[in-house]
Design a binder for this molecule. Structure first.
Ligand code: 13P
Ligand code: SF4
Length: 319
């Protein structure tokens, strides 16, 4: 406790000294969220990074997020407290694989989830996050015509969710996030059976979404109290209905910000073991060292950043 308070003071003092803004994703450990200037989902953090006026952005999240911040703010120093904080979803597609895929579908429009490397983004037309994937794809159909071929990746489950909502088929890359894919339909159904009055807040990266909707009777998820939301969307939902009970199907770190947003809400994790080890690599001591030593700087080669900027800027503008 005392140690945490002391470390937090050190972090805040160093941030002031270095003119650093601290951005933290919703899955970060609570003590890191507590010292951050902004906490949010991927889209909100990208917007903060683009708008940041500080010299330094200390990014408490995973590597692709820090890269995205660097592309949006090339004149700023972007630091990540641990370079090993990667993402299994982002690792599921390489720039070479994407180039090969594109060569098999000439003329297709490429929409990639923000959970990708800057090199993959450099081969991409539009990026999206879980909170604006549907709007981005609808925008592409409006701009390029309803018969446009779309290559969507790398998350197969987000892709199938977008297909369900838009009613159109895309080519979808077969990647997944090991954390969200590990939340099975059996987990979700068990939690819902134990908490029959609870709403289900489920992240679109979850492999179980289709099966859960089918087992509830099919049709529109909302008609069964199922809300498919980004982490930021989940926070908005519990703020709107702070007295309800919720089953939460996403990374379990999410229960902390949800509890803070709605202290009276009853929150149950669909699967207690859904923990992203990469997100948890960022700790207060590492954040302190990062600010003190100016490490680890995340830089995107200018030629890559130049090409990655357009799809990221489109993502930040839409939705
Ligand atoms: P959002 O916070 O945008 O919902 O993203 C979830 C995620 O898995 C980020 O890695
Ligand atoms: Fe990547 Fe999944 Fe971790 Fe998000 S939860 S950072 S998608 S591995």
């Amino acid at each position: 406790e005392e140690e945490t308070a002391e470390l937090s003071r050190e972090v805040r003092a160093l941030a002031a000294e270095r003119d650093a803004v601290i951005l933290a994703h919703n899955y970060q450990v609570p003590e890191v969220q507590a010292v951050a200037d902004f906490v949010g989902d991927s889209l909100a953090l990208s917007r903060q990074a683009a708008a940041a006026r500080a010299d330094v952005i200390a990014f408490c999240g995973v590597h692709f997020m820090a890269e995205t911040a660097s592309v949006l703010s090339p004149d700023k120093t972007v630091l990540i407290p641990d370079l090993e904080a990667g993402c299994s979803l982002s690792d599921s597609v390489t720039a070479n694989e994407l180039r090969n895929w594109k060569s098999r579908h000439p003329g297709a429009v490429v929409v990639m989830y923000v959970n990708t490397s800057a090199e993959v983004k450099a081969e991409t037309d539009y990026c999206c996050t879980s909170s604006n994937a549907v709007q981005v794809v609808e925008h592409v159909y409006r701009e390029h015509g309803p018969d446009t071929e779309i290559l969507f990746g790398p998350d197969v489950w987000l892709g199938s969710y977008v297909e369900r909502v838009t009613g159109r088929r895309m080519h979808v890359w077969p990647g997944e996030c090991h954390v969200h894919a590990g939340i099975t339909a059996a987990d979700v159904v068990r939690a819902r059976t134990a908490h029959p009055d609870a709403e289900l807040l489920i992240h679109p990266e979850c492999a179980s979404l289709d099966a859960v909707v089918e087992s509830a009777g099919g049709g529109e998820p909302v008609s069964h109290g199922i809300h498919v939301l980004s982490t930021g969307g989940m926070l908005n939902r519990v703020r709107e209905h702070p007295d309800r009970e919720y089953v939460v199907a996403t990374e379990t770190g999410m229960l902390d910000p949800l509890t803070r947003a709605a202290p009276r809400a009853r929150l149950v994790a669909a699967n207690e073991r859904a923990v992203c080890k990469y997100m948890k690599m960022i700790t207060l001591p590492k954040l302190r060292d990062s600010l003190r030593e100016g490490r680890f700087e995340v830089r995107v080669p200018p030629a890559v950043a130049e090409r990655a900027r357009t799809p990221i800027e489109r993502m930040v503008e839409i939705g």
